[in-house]
Design a protein around this ligand. Structure first.
Ligand code: PSU
Ligand code: MN
Length: 304
């Protein structure tokens, strides 16, 4: 049985050459940012990966196939589509089997990347433990995916829409290495620091690549989470953002937003309430992560 994977020409060539590839998610395009910033980001991030000497593979489910690498026209369509499923581990197979168009979250992108033989994936923020999870039980499937799928995920930490201490506790319980890149602090997406310590620290792409390989050699399941702080010049003042985040969270509660809708609702409200200020920083940090992803992918392929 062959897997339902189709590769872009660029990714096909890279796989044949043993060249470095960086996986990219599509939920950030369909449910994470508004149009046209989502499209500009998707194209811009791919460009950063290429300039850093690796090949980008944006992943989505289209026409009963797991597409590894999307052409510009498909990116344009996805960026404007309204009825795209947000896919995690639970619904990935359903979407492929039933011909639904789907965008992959961190969890689903990890699964697809591993199937395609891609070791490194760069994104913005991961899902985590939501505030109030002690009653809602809302804990993203991204966390358990990190404990079972052998992909190194580069992010900028997690947004303060989440309960960050609980998110780190769950990652520890699940055995996921959380690595601060060139920092002792766990970064909080728009801020370089969260006030929480990063459980591990690494200062080079080489260290990250070595640790990735060693997990495989030791037979340890799962991947690694690298938390790369936002560039200083793109940071946003927490005093400005915190009340906005609190407002978005209380609106979600008041409107009984639940399950898959929670994260997209919060992300959308924060962009609206900051009148796009948060979006500019979001784009900068994704590009910053794409660059580090390319460096790690290059070391894993023996170049760089
Ligand atoms: N956090 C962000 N931006 C995003 C997401 C999370 O700052 O775009 C997206 C990612 O695709 C992530 C998903 O995997 O939301 C998590 O959704 P949930 O909380 O429903 O698991
Ligand atoms: Mn959830």
């Amino acid at each position: 049985m062959t897997l339902p994977l189709v590769y872009s020409p660029e990714v096909t060539q890279a796989l044949a050459d043993g060249a470095p590839i960086v996986a990219l998610e599509s939920t950030i395009i369909t449910h994470g940012m508004p149009y046209p910033a989502n499209l500009e980001t998707a194209c811009g991030v791919e460009q950063v990966v290429r300039e850093a000497g690796a090949v980008p593979a944006t992943i989505a489910i289209i026409g009963r196939k797991i597409c590894i690498g999307l052409d510009d026209e498909t990116l344009e369509d996805l960026a404007q589509a309204k009825d795209v499923m947000k896919l995690s581990r639970a619904d990935l197979a359903v979407a492929v089997a039933n011909g639904r168009t789907g965008a992959t979250t961190v969890a689903a992108t990890m699964i697809c990347a591993e199937l395609a033989g891609i070791d490194v994936f760069a994104t913005g923020g991961i899902g985590g433990v939501h505030k109030g999870a002690e009653t809602s039980f809302d804990i993203s499937a991204d966390l358990s995916e990190l404990s079972q799928t052998a992909v190194t995920v580069i992010c900028a930490g997690a947004k303060a829409i989440l309960d960050l201490p609980k998110t780190l506790e769950v990652l520890e319980t699940l055995g996921v290495p959380v690595i601060g890149y060139q920092t002792d602090d766990f970064p909080a997406f728009w801020s370089r620091v969260s006030g929480l310590s990063a459980p591990l620290r690494m200062d080079t792409a080489t260290e990250i690549a070595k640790a990735h390989k060693m997990r495989g050699r030791l037979g340890l399941q799962g991947g690694q989470l690298v938390a790369n702080p936002i560039p200083v010049e793109s940071e946003i003042d927490a005093d400005y953002l915190n009340p906005i985040i609190a407002q978005a969270v209380s609106e979600a509660d008041a409107q009984n937003i639940a399950a898959k809708q929670v994260t997209p609702f919060l992300l959308g409200r924060i962009v609206e309430l900051t009148e796009g200020v948060s979006l500019k920083s979001n784009i900068a940090l994704v590009k910053n992560n794409a660059k580090l992803g390319a460096e790690v992918a290059k070391v894993l392929k023996g170049i760089g």
